[in-house]
Design a protein around this ligand. Structure first.
Ligand code: HAM
Length: 428
């Protein structure tokens, strides 16, 4: 038997309903924020990720799916969404749009060659946003508010927003120097990867999962102590606006993020669920004011985030939140083989009028149809027999109250709409 590739999963059954619910809710929130949908290719030229995510990041060093196509081009399955959206922003000259800032959102699969475990896959879905333009710190707070409001609407309780600032280019450079000085005497005690990070990008050392519990690690310099006045003010303003948005947060100097492009604000939203272990970060993001320019675009600031759908679903299950009810409005029962065409036509008519309709596909007898109705969550049953067709009427049974009605075919939709109205309060 051929099995799915390691680190991937299939979506079907209840999970199919849950995933679609999560996607639709995210989409409806993005409509309220008036962000625009963007879709970029799943593969990009490899160099894009080297120049954005960063040569020294674990993602680019170890985790990308790289391949050559038949034209000998170096391509990579995207490990994250920001790089492609930035490329698209530049290539499509979105900086010249009259409507600024350019606020985009996306949902799509990402690929990382990581060791699969709970909450960590090789193909996973991210919901994210990227905003471009000369925005101030309110934009950082708004971007943070999107996952927070989303989680609130889903009813998640145990979540925590952690925020930090890496500062602007000058602050980041001062901090980099302080890390070089600090780690120099400990070089021999660092893991091999960190020795390389020390030379290429010392900030990355703070992301190390191997060295992170060592004593000297905990006393390493903190980004916040190296912020210049402008960067300090940016952070203070973000925190002020988060308060205005009634978002609880904690400032955590350990948040440096695993991608190279950030400046100023970086943030993560964690779920406080022990079973998720290290994979409890639901969402991460931040500001990247130099990224567009570094990819040869016009100097344009950026800020965004992405959240992992699989981890979110884990948390939802863990908190016993029921996302979906698989409701069927009407089940149409054919009472005789001779009425099949009329049944098919009625089913179609009801669906076109907006009802969720099921019927018999397996030529079941009446008992079999009732068993099927019991398996489904059916509100109304409509019986169509030869008599009903002759009299241009149908028999309707309320599957919960067991009340029965006989309705003329012409009046069916009005009748069903009225029933729905009278039951409305019961269903919310
Ligand atoms: P990231 O922190 O690498 O950031 O990923 C964001 C989220 O994707 C994580 O918090 C996690 O929920 C999920 N995730 C990452 N890797 C995996 C995996 N292997 N399996 C399952 N879920 C995973 C970014 O990707 C940035 N592009 C975020 C961003 C957007 N920053 C600015 N704009």
């Amino acid at each position: 038997m051929i099995q799915k590739p390691k680190g991937t999963y299939d979506v079907f059954g209840l999970m199919g309903l849950e995933v679609r619910y999560l996607e639709k809710l995210f989409e409806s929130i993005m409509e309220k924020y008036h962000y625009q949908y963007i879709r970029t290719p799943i593969f990009e030229v490899s160099n894009l990720f080297h120049r954005t995510v960063g040569e020294t990041s674990d993602i680019v060093r170890k985790e990308t799916y790289d391949f050559k196509d038949k034209g000998n081009r170096d391509l990579t399955l995207r490990p994250e969404g920001t790089a492609g959206v930035v490329r698209s922003f530049i290539e499509n000259k979105m900086s010249s749009y009259p409507n600024q800032p350019v606020k985009t959102w996306y949902i799509g699969p990402m690929y990382r060659y990581e060791r699969p475990q709970a909450g960590r896959f090789r193909e996973f879905y991210q919901f994210g946003v990227e905003v471009f333009g000369d925005t101030d710190s309110y934009m950082d707070a708004e971007v943070i508010s999107i996952p927070v409001n989303y989680f609130k609407m889903l009813g998640l309780k145990n979540i925590k927003v952690k925020i930090n600032s890496l500062g602007d280019r000058e602050s980041k450079e001062n901090y980099r120097k302080s890390l070089l000085d600090y780690f120099k005497p400990y070089l021999d005690s660092l893991c091999d990867d960190c020795k390389e990070r020390y030379i290429k990008n010392p900030l990355r050392i703070l992301d190390c999962k191997i060295d992170k519990d060592k004593d000297f690690f905990k006393k390493a310099p903190k980004t916040i102590d190296y912020l210049n006045e402008e960067s300090k003010k940016h952070l203070e303003d973000v925190l002020k606006y988060l308060k205005a948005l009634e978002i609880d947060y904690s400032v955590d100097s350990n948040i440096v993020r695993g991608l190279d492009y950030y400046t100023h604000t970086v943030f993560e939203v964690e779920a406080l669920i022990p079973s998720l272990g290290n994979q409890n970060v639901l969402c991460g993001g931040g500001r990247y004011d130099n990224l567009v320019k570094s990819l040869d675009g016009p100097a344009t600031k950026g800020v965004g985030f992405a959240l992992g759908m699989e981890r979110l679903l884990d948390v939802i299950h863990n908190e016993n939140i029921k996302l979906v009810d698989d409701l069927v409005d009407i089940y149409v029962v054919p009472m005789s083989e001779n009425t099949k065409e009329q049944v098919i036509s009625l089913v179609n008519y009801l669906r076109l009028n907006g009802f969720v309709v099921e019927t018999d596909y397996l030529n079941r007898n009446l008992k079999g149809n009732f068993k099927q109705i019991d398996r489904l969550n059916v509100k109304y049953i409509i019986f169509v027999g030869e008599d009903e067709i002759k009299n241009k009427k149908v028999k309707i049974k309320d599957n919960h109250t067991k009340e029965e009605y006989e309705i003329e075919f012409d009046k069916l939709i009005d009748f069903l709409d009225d029933l729905e109205g009278s039951n409305y309060e019961e269903h919310i």
